[in-house]
Design a protein around this ligand. Structure first.
Ligand SMILES: Nc1ncnc2c1ncn2[C@@H]1O[C@H](COP(=O)(O)OP(=O)(O)OP(=O)(O)O)[C@@H](O)[C@H]1O
Ligand SMILES: [Mg+2]
Length: 220
């Protein structure tokens, strides 16, 4: 909670610095390449700090987030659409198998965050491109299951227990904060959901999440 407060307080000064950098770039108007490069680095690092703050806020958000009825398949499709260019540019082919599932009572932003984080990880695990498979299914009466499978680099067995820890990352400095999966994990905990991972180095990784849908199909 303290971390969330600090993260929140840091947002404004960072936004002001970002604006100042933007102004500086205008003033500079491409006249000094060396200064422009410094500006670019400064902007990138501010963006990184902003990403960390955003994740920290999401990570520690209280359960008061607004719940709504939501169609997980629909949200998945829309998320994929948003990322279409990004997926294409990275040579990632997508296949989906979206089964019939009932609506879920959940927070749309939190859900989108889960999908974005898992899909982003999958893309990053396939630097040479590959296949991303998304599957949804109903498990039992009212649990939704989502598989996110990639044909990427995989995760060595000895690292599997670390990947959900905050700040655990194998990515180059500036590339990852190591908060993505810990955010996913903490959101799922809030919904009494679960996440599991299976992986084979050099072959790919599958993340499986399960979450209860508290909406009755007939309720309207
Ligand atoms: N699909 C995947 N394939 C291979 N490794 C993965 C995959 N997803 C996660 N990992 C491993 O787990 C680590 C932690 O993932 P997490 O999403 O928490 O952080 P990150 O991706 O490194 O940084 P961030 O998500 O904050 O940008 C990654 O650095 C990577 O080593
Ligand atoms: Mg990540």
């Amino acid at each position: 909670l303290l971390a969330a407060g600090i993260a929140h307080e840091l947002r404004n000064p960072l936004a002001i610095v970002m604006n100042a950098l933007y102004d500086l770039r205008q003033i500079l108007d491409g006249q000094n390449p060396e200064a422009a490069e410094d500006l670019r680095i400064a902007e990138e690092e501010i963006e990184r700090a902003q990403a960390i703050i955003k994740n920290l806020l999401e990570f520690s958000r209280e359960s008061g987030a607004e719940l709504e009825r939501l169609d997980v398949n629909d949200l998945l499709s829309r998320t994929l659409q948003l990322m279409q260019k990004h997926l294409q540019n990275n040579g990632v082919r997508v296949t989906t198998e979206l089964g019939p599932i009932p609506p879920c009572l959940a927070n749309v932003n939190a859900m989108r965050q889960i999908f974005l984080n898992l899909i982003t990880n999958a893309v990053q695990a396939m630097p040479e491109g590959g296949e991303l498979m998304l599957r949804t299914a109903l498990v039992g009466e009212n649990r939704i299951r989502l598989d996110v499978r990639d044909t990427g680099v995989g995760i060595p067995r000895e690292h599997l227990q670390d990947i959900f820890n905050p700040f655990y990352t194998t990515k180059a400095p500036g590339q990852g904060t190591g908060l993505g999966l810990s955010v996913v994990h903490s959101i799922l905990q809030r919904y009494q959901g679960e996440i599991q991972v299976t992986s084979e180095v050099g072959a790919g990784t599958t993340f499986t999440i399960e979450l209860p849908c508290q909406c009755h199909v007939e309720a309207d």
